[in-house]
Design a protein around this ligand. Structure first.
Ligand code: TXA
Ligand code: MG
Length: 318
């Protein structure tokens, strides 16, 4: 199994040997390797069992380093960088040759961000290279938000998990690219539509209805528990159709009054959507470990980070 610890020098040694390891970010844990080294990146794909056509996000410690990796930065990208970095916003921008093709799966754009986590920023600032890191889960499964999730899922395949505690946001970064200088969101994440629009005005969204998936975070099935998962607007009605089954519930702010439910997860008793996002994946991991016939998740208020939660649950239930 992987060692779990806080020793950035140990992490640096493994990274210099091109061995992928897990790092904390404010969103979810990442499976990290030298983004400029083909062999290190190849190892990430292998450990994650991820198809090579699904590119990786590059993580830097310092905003200004973006000039080393990206050819052009549109005006609105500057505004977004000033507003959100370090933080959970990933930008898609035309890459320089220093980023190898394998890191972007041959795409002309690189996905890049500065994560907001003290131990990972310290690590990045000690390295001579940026870190490519997808979420540290096997392809398609729920993202890890604590070291134990990583240990359970891929602990036998990596030497080290850098322990940064429980991820603050608990949900992946928002991914945003540009079309003719105008921002386009490819994956809604921890930065909300409202927060983006306060900085750059109206934002377009790419959905699977108007484009082939550019960011496979847009794959319709993703972030999924192994247990069959249903996402509903009408809890009573859905419950009635699973009578006699072993049911687990994922709820916003109150328990369901019934003794027939095996396990209930209430994400925020105070109806706080940020708290709900922070706790979402850990709750799904626990539900998935209950040997249920079905997980039923209710729709969350469709505002702010609630939109992101609903999007993730929609994909988990496909
Ligand atoms: O919060 C996050 O973004 C976390 C932490 C570790 O930073 N990372 C993460 O990575 O969620 P991953 O690989 O699980 O999801 C990244 C998504 C994928 O759907 C990938 O296809 C898309 O970003 N992506 C990465 N590079 C891209 C590129 N050059 N063009 C289009 N999509 C890209
Ligand atoms: Mg992922």
């Amino acid at each position: 199994m992987a060692e779990i610890g806080k020793d950035i020098y140990k992490a640096i040694n493994y990274l210099n040997e091109n061995k992928p390891l897990a790092i904390p970010t404010e969103t979810v844990y990442g499976l990290a390797g030298n983004a400029l080294n083909e062999e290190a990146v190849r190892q990430i794909y292998t450990v994650k069992e991820r198809p090579l056509h699904n590119p990786l996000i590059v993580h830097m410690g310092i905003k200004d380093d973006i000039r080393k990796y990206v050819k052009e930065i549109p005006e609105k990208a500057h505004l977004l960088i000033d507003a959100f970095w370090p933080g959970p916003l990933t930008l898609l921008l035309p890459k320089k040759d220093i980023i190898p093709a394998i890191t972007t799966s041959g795409k002309p754009d690189v996905a890049i961000r500065v994560p907001d986590h003290p131990i990972t920023l310290e690590l990045l600032n000690h390295l001579q290279f940026p870190l490519a890191a997808p979420s540290a889960n096997p392809f398609g499964y729920i993202s890890p938000t604590m070291p134990q999730h990583v240990q359970q899922q891929i602990g036998d395949k990596i030497p080290y998990i850098l322990d940064g505690g429980i991820c603050d946001k608990g949900i992946e970064s928002t991914i945003l690219g540009f079309k003719d200088g105008e921002p386009v969101v490819y994956r809604l994440g921890a930065v909300t539509q409202e927060a983006l629009e306060r900085i750059v005005g109206t934002i377009q969204f790419i959905t699977k209805d108007n484009l082939a998936p550019v960011a496979p975070g847009m794959l319709s099935k993703h972030y999924s528990p192994t247990t069959h998962t249903v996402f509903t607007d009408d809890l009573n009605h859905t419950l009635a159709s699973y009578a006699e089954k072993r049911i687990g519930l994922l709820l916003f702010n109150r328990k369901y009054p019934s003794n027939d439910i095996i396990h209930q997860e209430v994400l925020s008793q105070h109806a706080d959507l940020d708290e709900a996002a922070h706790k979402l994946y850990a709750a799904l991991h626990r539900l998935d470990a209950c040997n249920l016939d079905v997980i039923i998740a209710e729709r969350f208020p469709d505002t702010g980070i609630g939109k992101t939660i609903n999007d993730k649950l929609e994909r988990a239930s496909k």
